[in-house]
Design a protein around this ligand. Structure first.
Ligand code: ARG
Length: 230
């Protein structure tokens, strides 16, 4: 299994014992058996095919430490996800701080912030699709602050969404609107272009390892149908 890093390690022995320590830490969140099963599964593909993690701009400002430690944690067990992030809130803040006002030349507006904003979001999403569909990662992870997708009526976290059985009805739910609707459609379209074994998890940076290395997870898992691997 073409796992980079292991062969090029300067001190192989040192890396092995460090990895063992980290793996032992993982046993606290799930059973030894399931943690090992997921470690083996996630390491069975090329390094770049493990996961693409989409970090929301708000996570970058508010949970940078959690994000950094979860990523470091994964690196220590030999997993190197590809991280993509937005920066919408950051950019908005900067524009605001700078007191940017619309500029006109001969009555033509040259700074259309709204258009710019929308364009940037569209590019970011398109980028993610292009990233993810070419790489065919096992996992696509959306990090958000809430740690999952929440049902609009019961307010409870949705554990699993099986798109094959649930997508159409879910899209008809009155509480599935605006951003949520867009997100679910985006995830649906993304998964349709990927192998059935790929799945999406929506989770907070803090609980990423629990989501990845246990059967029950901690956030919302979205997949096409029932997976062979369980
Ligand atoms: N660890 C598995 C995975 O990442 C299962 C996660 C289950 N998550 C859930 N929210 N039910 O694919």
């Amino acid at each position: 299994t073409g796992r980079r890093g292991m062969t090029s390690a300067r001190s192989y022995q040192g890396d092995v014992s460090e990895k063992e320590t980290i793996v032992k830490l993982l046993y606290n969140i799930g059973s030894k058996k399931e943690v090992e099963q997921y470690l083996t599964y996630f390491s069975s593909v090329e390094s770049h095919q493990f996961a693409v993690i989409k970090v929301g701009g708000a996570v970058l400002t508010d949970s940078l430490d959690s994000l950094a430690s979860s990523l470091t944690f994964l690196n220590r067990v030999g997993l190197y996800p590809i991280v993509v992030h937005g920066a919408g809130p950051q950019l908005n803040g900067l524009l605001d701080d700078a007191g940017i006002v619309p500029d006109y030349i001969d009555g033509i507006r040259i700074t259309d912030e709204k258009t710019l904003n929308i364009a940037r979001k569209v590019f970011a999403e398109e980028n993610l699709k292009l990233l993810a569909s070419v790489l065919e990662p096992l996992k696509i992870v959306y990090l958000n602050e809430k740690g999952g997708l929440f049902h609009g009526v019961t307010k409870k976290r949705i554990d699993v969404i099986n798109l094959d059985e649930e997508y159409e009805d879910l899209m008809k739910e009155p509480w599935v609107k605006f951003g949520t609707k867009l997100k679910i459609r985006e995830i649906h379209d993304l998964l349709m272009r990927l192998p059935r074994s790929s799945s999406v998890s929506i989770i907070s940076a803090d609980h990423l390892h629990k989501e990845l290395f246990t059967h029950s997870g901690a956030g919302t898992l979205i997949r096409r149908g029932h997976r062979i691997f369980k």
